[in-house]
Design a protein around this ligand. Structure first.
Ligand code: SF4
Length: 389
């Protein structure tokens, strides 16, 4: 079966355990800290600092998440002041009070390749600032997601709570939850509208701890008036279901490179440092390397996947053994064995060690659950691929 994931109501009631610097998650192998770029560039200097924080680990890596965040694990539990201060110094936690709610995913190539309907970078920066400036919005759950799509349709399919989708150079539609219709808005008015909707959500969800997402509300958000003023076709006929192929390799003067298993290792960071000052983290465990096209051979030599034929364009795995005690499988080792024999295909493939299925895409994907062997994984993939086509 192909799945489109959403946390079950039971998972929601189990509490928001999304980790951050102020609230690390204590795992079997130490503290986990997640850092949220909120759809904005990450300085390579920050990655170098994070690399130094984990340098003493036996297999150090910065994890890329399916929401375009960075995650460190195996940290001291509790965090030492030295580790805390070093992470803080990266600038990736600009608001301690709103750290956990800065969950913003934006079209990663917006403003770089001219493919969208507008450049949404100012909207993304303003949205982050506006969310952090409103004390009420610190009560949003850690799984609440803002999406900003520049009209190319690459992130509109993510399971967002509030999404802006550009429909022209100076306008767009704001969508709430899974509803296909929304509010037409100018580019200048988008942030204010999204913040007002987020505040309405916080106030209506205040008395019900089972409500984590807009779709959990009994009735749609309304802003106190007619709820919907735009029709579905106003988002330009874009699909809100199914996966799009994402570019890999050169995009103009820039580059998009996939990070195998979403594990950004010290040699990857070193190659980036020789190439660029900043990267953007995509929700597909890849990086947009600004001005990186000319360095693609070097980036490939450093272990990044640089072309869409690479298995790492669509193959991912959860942490699994040995980092996660819930797993009976070393998911990453299995994925490494699977990579050379993975057949070509369109949908992401995700190997999970247990039914929690951590890190799965928000869009449709092929679900490889606790396979006992590469052969079993291949058989599962073939079966699901044939049922999808
Ligand atoms: S899916 Fe299960 S095994 Fe994999 S990381 Fe999550 S809890 Fe651990």
């Amino acid at each position: 079966m192909c799945r489109v994931t959403a946390p079950s109501s039971r998972e929601r009631r189990a509490g928001d355990a999304c980790p951050g610097l102020q609230r690390p998650f204590a795992a079997a192998d130490g503290s986990i800290v997640r850092l949220r770029p909120a759809g904005q560039p990450v300085a390579v200097e920050a990655l170098i600092t994070l690399r130094e924080v984990i340098a003493a680990q036996p297999d150090p890596a910065i994890q890329l998440t399916s929401r375009g965040a960075l995650q460190l694990r195996g940290l001291p539990d509790p965090l030492t002041p030295r580790v805390h201060d070093a992470i803080r110094a990266t600038g990736l936690v600009p608001s301690p009070t709103h750290e956990l709610v800065r969950n913003v995913v934006a079209s990663p190539l917006s403003g770089l390749d001219g493919a969208g309907r507008c450049d949404v970078r100012p909207v993304v920066a303003d949205l982050d600032q506006a969310v952090c400036a409103d004390p009420r919005l610190s009560r949003l759950g850690g799984r609440f997601l803002f999406v900003v799509d520049d009209g190319r349709g690459d992130v509109v399919d993510l399971s967002s709570d509030l999404a802006f989708v550009a429909t022209g150079p100076d306008r767009g539609v704001v969508l709430a939850g899974s509803h296909d219709d929304g509010w037409e808005v100018s580019l200048d008015g988008a942030v204010d509208l999204i913040v007002r909707l987020a505040v309405e959500f916080v106030e209506r969800a205040a008395d019900d701890e089972s409500v984590w997402h807009v779709d959990d509300l009994d009735d749609p958000l309304t802003l106190g008036g007619p709820a919907y003023t735009a029709r579905p076709d106003r988002i330009g006929g874009m699909s809100r279901a199914g996966a799009l192929p994402h570019p890999l390799g050169a995009v103009g003067q820039h580059a998009v490179v996939a990070v195998p298993l979403g594990l950004l290792r010290p040699h990857h960071v070193a190659a980036l440092a020789r190439t660029t000052d900043a990267v953007r983290v995509t929700p597909w465990r890849s990086l947009v390397v600004e001005d990186g096209a000319a360095a693609l051979p070097e980036l490939e030599a450093a272990g990044f996947a640089t072309h869409s034929g690479s298995p790492w364009h669509r193959l991912h795995a959860c942490t699994g053994l040995p980092g996660c005690s819930r797993s009976a499988v070393d998911t990453r080792a299995l994925a490494r064995d699977l990579a050379p024999v993975l057949p070509a295909g369109r949908l992401p493939v995700h190997v999970s060690g247990c039914e929690r299925r951590c890190g799965t895409p928000s869009t449709a994907y092929l679900d490889v659950l606790a396979p006992r062997s590469t052969e079993e994984a291949l058989s599962t993939i073939a079966e699901q691929e044939s049922s999808w086509t």
